[in-house]
Design a protein. Structure first.
Lengths: 416, 172
């Protein structure tokens, strides 16, 4: 027994990393499931509907039901498919999408804790790489394989057309995506995501505005952000650039022949990509975990607990008036739990200080994801030639111009 | 020790998938195994602490060039290709040339005393913290001593790109 503890202690780095991977995976998969509910709900409300409402109070158990359905559905293998590649494609899609989250840092301070009298310290985020940004782009570049191979392996015309479309689309927008962040790399002087955020700390305009890359610096990266955001939507195959799965033309695009859990893997991969891209936008253009308010305003530290309390009270009120018994029990319960969490944050100042960074980071990521859903609900799909024209004739020149202007700005005024 | 394990792991994958690449009948399978070979080679770069080379290999070769390969293969009618003779009829010439090449490489390794058993080229590398940042070192040598060859290479690529555009334009 003591031997095992000693071995674990010697390799504490590995053990901690494994535990962090497991935790992140668990949280991520839950978030992915509820993101689909979130998207359906927001889309429904944009279109004046209620959205999923039957499974659980407010449809809260819908992701669980969907997951079970995916697991237990028949998993047919169409005739004439290339078995090896047909199975490889969804696996690649999901695995790559989940891997990319490993390089994202979620907060500034390392987490310190002690087990059996030994102090350990670990950063928020799985690995802290010197080439973090490049790793993310490499994984994005590999993402094309899942879609292209799925289209080819299905041995069917609609998936093939969908796969071809999407690989052409992803290759075209990868260029704009990569070029659009060069300005940020120039300003931070590093590929390390943590250092890119640290370079954006501090205030400007008499301390009124945060020094985020999107508004500050020798040359504000607003053009870069525009190019990045548009290219990122296209790269993740989301509306209005979701041509690979244009159902009116291609049935369901590259995943037409996929059913049950293999389809779910593509689905989860898409949502995971959405989260990664939002995290990256937050880190590179919106200061990552830095607060939008000056640090002198100490009342802003209570925003997380205030938000939790308001949410909790709203849930309580709504839950008491809910129609079903289950809702009457569950919703007030969750509301009370949120209120308790908020009180906990109020009374334990160290905890409250610690969660400030992750709170702002996750809030910004959430806003980006809301934007994604919002756009899907409002914008019509682009035509294929329009899509290519935007990528090659507008975004790429714009992002190259952004690189030129940023480097000129740095030459003229120096870094800050 | 760990360095050696990592090296042999990636080396085995690279050699194995290279063999699979030339023996598969389906062109898409070959392309996938070529991708695996390139990824394993990238892994060896990482084992040598050349992280920038590692990531550039993945972004350019695996994420760029191989995707184009697969894109083209998907458009080709594979049923015809699969029925053709897989290897050309110069088996014996190829075998002789391959043996000659293997002999050359073997002789060079023998002279350097680097054959298995004599201490193979698995280098013990310094800790990553003690090395200068990779990307900067590459940039310094590219824009320093190798400036001329770098510019010549970029010019060549530019000419190739313009040529491709012109050729594609003529058909319309």
């Amino acid at each position: 027994m003591t031997d095992i503890i000693n071995i674990l202690r010697q390799h504490s780095f590995l053990v901690i990393a494994l535990v962090k991977c497991g935790l992140l995976l668990f949280i991520l998969l839950t978030v992915l499931a509820y993101l689909s509910l979130f998207e359906r709900k927001v889309l429904a409300h944009i279109q004046s509907r209620w959205g999923p409402y039957r499974v659980g109070p407010h449809g809260l158990l819908q992701p669980l039901a969907d997951g079970l359905k995916f697991l237990f559905k028949e998993d047919p293998m169409p005739a004439g498919v290339d078995r090896f590649v047909f199975l490889l494609a969804p696996f690649l899609s999901l695995a790559l999408a989940l891997t990319s989250l490993a390089v994202i840092p979620f907060g500034p301070q390392p987490l310190r804790f002690s087990i059996l009298g030994t102090q350990y310290e670990t950063s928020l985020g799985i690995v802290d790489l010197n080439i973090g940004l490049l790793v993310l782009f490499a994984i994005t570049a590999l993402g094309v394989y899942g879609v292209a191979l799925a289209g080819w392996a299905s041995n069917s015309k609609y998936p093939l057309l969908g796969g071809l479309r999407s690989s052409a689309q992803m290759m075209s927008y990868e260029l704009a995506l990569t070029m659009s962040v060069v300005g940020v790399i120039l300003m931070a002087g590093s590929f390390n995501l943590r250092e890119i955020v640290t370079a954006q700390e501090g205030r400007m305009f008499f301390g009124l505005l945060p020094r985020w890359n999107v508004i500050a610096g020798p040359f504000p990266q607003i053009i870069g952000f525009f190019c990045y955001f548009v290219a990122a939507i296209a790269e993740t195959n989301r509306a209005p650039f979701d041509l690979p799965e244009a159902e009116s033309e291609l049935v369901a695009g590259f995943n037409t022949e996929y059913a049950s859990f293999k389809f779910a893997m593509f689905f989860m991969g898409e949502y995971a990509n959405m989260i990664t891209v939002s995290c990256l936008a937050t880190i590179m253009f919106f200061g990552g975990w830095t607060s939008p308010f000056p640090s002198a305003w100490s009342w802003t530290h209570f925003i997380p607990s205030a938000l939790l309390a308001v949410l909790g009270v709203l849930l309580l009120i709504d839950g008491i008036r809910y129609e079903t018994i289950l809702g009457k029990l569950v919703l007030p319960g969750v509301g009370t739990a949120l209120c308790a969490l908020s009180a906990l944050l109020l009374f334990f100042a160290p905890v409250n200080n610690y969660i400030q960074g992750p709170f702002w980071f996750l809030l910004k990521v959430f806003i980006f994801i809301f934007f994604y859903v919002w756009m899907r609900g409002t914008l019509p799909r682009f035509r294929y030639d329009q899509l290519m024209a935007i990528g090659w004739k507008i975004l790429l020149p714009l992002s190259i111009a952004n690189v030129l202007l940023t480097s000129l700005g740095i030459l003229k005024w120096g870094l800050r | 020790m760990l360095d050696k394990v990592i090296f042999y792991f990636f080396a085995a994958i690279a050699v194995g998938s290279a063999l699979l690449m030339i023996t598969r009948r389906s062109a898409v399978h070959s392309a996938i195994f070529l991708t695996t070979t390139l990824l394993a080679t990238a892994g060896i770069f990482l084992q040598l602490r050349a992280e920038f080379l590692f990531i550039v290999q993945i972004i350019l070769y695996v994420g760029g060039i191989m995707v184009l390969f697969i894109f083209v293969i998907m458009l080709v009618n594979l049923d015809v290709a699969a029925q053709q003779i897989q290897y050309s009829r110069q088996k014996w010439v190829a075998l002789a040339l391959a043996l000659a090449l293997a002999g050359q490489v073997g002789a060079m390794l023998w002279r350097a005393g680097k054959l298995p058993g004599q201490g193979l080229l698995v280098r013990g590398v310094p800790a990553a913290e003690s090395l200068p940042p990779n990307a900067e070192a590459v940039a310094r040598s590219l824009f320093g001593p190798y400036m001329l060859s770098f510019e010549i290479a970029s010019l060549l690529l530019l000419v190739a790109m313009i040529g491709a555009v012109v050729m594609a334009k003529k058909k319309v």
